[in-house]
Design a protein around this ligand. Structure first.
Ligand SMILES: Cc1cc2nc3c(=O)[nH]c(=O)nc-3n(C[C@H](O)[C@H](O)[C@H](O)COP(=O)(O)OP(=O)(O)OC[C@H]3O[C@@H](n4cnc5c(N)ncnc54)[C@H](O)[C@@H]3O)c2cc1C
Length: 328
């Protein structure tokens, strides 16, 4: 590998590589220079071949595979050690992780070991003329988009939240797999695994939201309208998921895994309906991939109206009651 090469850590759950890995590959292939190569680092021997083939359809050039069952189960010490050793020997210019529970733990540990920079939860990125990755995140209360670069250190580390970028399987790269032997010394697992189980129900709920065609999301403006009652009723009629802003979570109207935005989840449904939310950038980055955005707010100057395809200036209670009556 060279400083121009990009490495993506492939995160897997059992036999399957998780979707965000494909999202990262698709996005980086869109912005990289033509000659830059994309390598995928996969640890463990559990992953099914179909998932490996999909990496190449999204634009991977090489799979770098520590095909060893010792690495099947995620372990912070082991994984960070193996990845750091790989980087020391191969020196890619960019290293990308998913901002999942695993990625958010692993990426900072690897960055600290390599003494390099890490940008979390980027909302967009591109290369500048010096081959620095310009990494965009909302900053200063969500009122500005901040460009971050890491000019002096390599690799440049970044985490990507699930659902921000689209998976594009529009390439047909040859399947090029390099098998690697794990380093001779791998740290002992300091945590003793007594038992493990899959929390299927909540996993499914998490996944379901990303598949919904319509998502309704409420903000603090629901406060004087019976909280989320009207939204829940509408969602039931439309058979859609309910999400909300951070204040909606603070009020206890939605669970934490339904907060949309910078510190919550990202969704990209066909239709996103935002009700009673002002439209802070921390929130709007969470649905930038939606095909159509409809916003309802009583304040005609609310920033959300800069962001939506269809804006309705109305009092929520009046609007939703009329809508419900019309849908009967
Ligand atoms: C580091 C950081 C990360 C953050 N991450 C997130 C995040 O991930 N997600 C997130 O949502 N926020 C996040 N925030 C907070 C974010 O900056 C905003 O404060 C928040 O999104 C505002 O939520 P809101 O729109 O529900 O409330 P408000 O800004 O209070 O807006 C309420 C809106 O409701 C309208 N309204 C009130 N009553 C009615 C009515 N009767 N009819 C119609 N409209 C009405 C008002 O006009 C107003 O525009 C973050 C902040 C920081 C600093």
């Amino acid at each position: 590998m060279s400083e121009k090469d990009i490495l993506v850590f492939a995160e897997h759950k059992g036999q399957s590589i998780i979707d965000v890995t494909y999202e990262i590959i698709s996005k980086i292939c869109e912005v990289k220079n033509k000659d830059d190569k994309v390598g995928i680092l996969l640890l463990g021997s559990a992953v099914d071949d179909n998932y490996i083939e999909r990496l190449f359809r999204c634009g991977a050039n090489t799979l770098l595979h520590y095909n060893d069952k010792l690495l099947n189960e995620y372990d912070l010490d082991r994984h960070s050690y193996v990845i750091t050793e790989f980087i020391h020997h191969n020196k890619p210019g960019v290293l990308l992780f998913a901002a999942t529970d695993i990625g958010m733990e692993l990426a900072p540990k690897v960055a600290a070991r390599l003494k390099t920079g890490l940008t979390a939860h980027i909302t967009d990125l591109y290369f500048d003329e010096n081959h620095n990755l310009v990494q965009q995140v909302p900053g200063f209360g969500g009122n500005l988009l901040v460009n971050i670069i890491c000019p002096d250190k390599r690799p440049q580390l970044i985490t990507f939240k699930p659902g921000v970028f689209e998976i594009k399987e529009n390439r047909n790269n040859p399947k090029n797999v390099v098998s690697l032997s794990p380093p001779s010394f791998i740290p002992q697992n300091r945590i003793k695994l007594i038992n493990s189980y899959v929390i299927t129900e909540s996993d499914q709920n998490e996944e379901e939201i990303f598949k919904k065609d319509i998502i309704i999301s409420g903000g603090w403006g629901m406060k004087n309208c019976g909280d989320f009652e009207l939204i829940n009723k509408l969602a039931e009629k439309l058979n859609t998921a309910v999400c909300g802003t951070r204040p909606a979570y603070d009020e206890g109207w939605i669970p934490e895994n339904r907060v949309i935005g910078q510190s919550g989840i990202n969704v990209a449904p066909k239709i996103f309906i935002s009700i009673g939310a002002s439209g802070a950038m921390h929130y709007t980055t969470g649905f930038s991939g939606a095909k159509k955005i409809i916003a309802i707010n009583k304040d005609k100057n609310a920033p959300i109206f800069e962001y939506c395809d269809l804006g309705i200036v109305a009092d929520i209670e009046v609007f939703l009651s009329k809508l419900a009556a019309g849908m009967k």
